[in-house]
Ligand binder design. Structure first.
Ligand SMILES: Nc1ncnc2c1ncn2[C@@H]1O[C@H](COP(=O)(O)OP(=O)(O)O)[C@@H](O)[C@H]1O
Ligand SMILES: [Mg+2]
Length: 269
């Protein structure tokens, strides 16, 4: 349902090119749970923006259901890292806002909103104002708001990273359950190896910026997964090794460029 073909993305500033994404190709089938795993700043959010249609790639093609992505669409909904909600409105109001442009009657809208509030387990808090809810509950509202328009593709940008550890594990399980119930296709971006190992049918491990696909992991393990099973531990070790190598390389190149900068500054002085 989703095909990326040799996608690259650069920003241009003062005639210099900042390459963020470098020749990424992959395909996603209907109903798959895909994790994009990569270090901070490698270009994960920008990649999701391309899929959402907020930005346009500088090279390559992105086909969604055989059509090029040219603009945002309710078929491809995004859940952001920091829950972007209206703090002084209720849970229901925030979710029904996404249905503003739909043709449903008032009654149907209410029914649909209630269905998704139940799906994310917030029935009791339906009429609560957002600012009174915990971060985790707010993120559930964001998920319901994205799902209420019945998108074909759900794009999730590190939805758990702003939460505390305990709640993160809990919501990770909830996201899996929601996925199993709704059968949506999910692209889930994270820098957490454990989240990817727990959730993904397939992991695309990205290199530091510019993001390239460094390695692909297909996970056929039974769900819900036990992260302390031998197979998963082995996978984790392999991913950690790959990421550590990159981390060391990045540090070295940072050092080199700082060093160069200092030299240039010294010459100028
Ligand atoms: N509008 C922009 N212009 C120039 N560079 C940008 C812009 N937006 C993001 N970047 C850079 O692109 C890189 C990737 O950003 P991002 O996709 O947010 O990374 P992450 O993997 O942490 O989500 C970062 O180095 C960031 O500074
Ligand atoms: Mg990001």
């Amino acid at each position: 349902m989703l095909d990326l073909k040799n996608v690259s993305m650069s920003f241009f500033e003062n005639n210099s090119e900042f390459k963020i994404i470098d020749d990424i190709s992959f395909s996603v089938k209907d109903g798959e749970f895909i994790c994009i795993l990569g270090p901070s700043g490698c270009g994960k959010t920008i990649l999701l923006y391309l899929l959402a249609g907020f930005l346009k790639q500088t090279k390559g093609k992105i086909l969604f259901l055989d059509k090029e992505i040219i603009a945002p669409s309710p078929e491809r909904m995004m859940v952001f890292q920091n829950y972007v909600l209206f703090p002084w409105r209720t849970v229901s109001e925030n979710i029904s806002f996404a249905l503003e442009n739909s043709n449903l009657s008032k009654k149907e809208k209410e029914k649909t909103v209630n269905k998704y509030i139940s799906l994310v387990g917030l029935d009791y808090f339906k009429e609560w104002n957002i600012h009174k809810l915990s971060g985790g509950m707010q993120q559930r509202v964001s998920i319901a708001r994205a799902l209420v328009v019945d998108p074909k593709l759900l794009l999730m940008d590190e939805p758990l990273s702003a939460l505390d550890n305990q709640y993160r594990k809990h919501l990770r399980e909830e996201i899996e359950k929601i996925w199993l119930k709704t059968k949506k296709t999910v692209i889930f971006v994270t820098h957490s190896i454990n989240e990817a190992l727990y959730l993904a049918d397939r992991i695309y491990l990205l290199s530091p910026r510019p993001a390239k696909i460094k390695k692909i992991y297909n996970l056929k393990h039974k769900r819900p997964r036990k992260l302390n099973s031998l197979e998963i531990i082995k996978l984790r070790e392999d991913i950690e090794k790959e990421m550590k190598e990159d981390f060391i390389k990045t540090k070295e190149s940072d050092f080199v460029s700082n060093d160069m900068e200092n030299k240039i500054l010294n010459v100028k002085l």
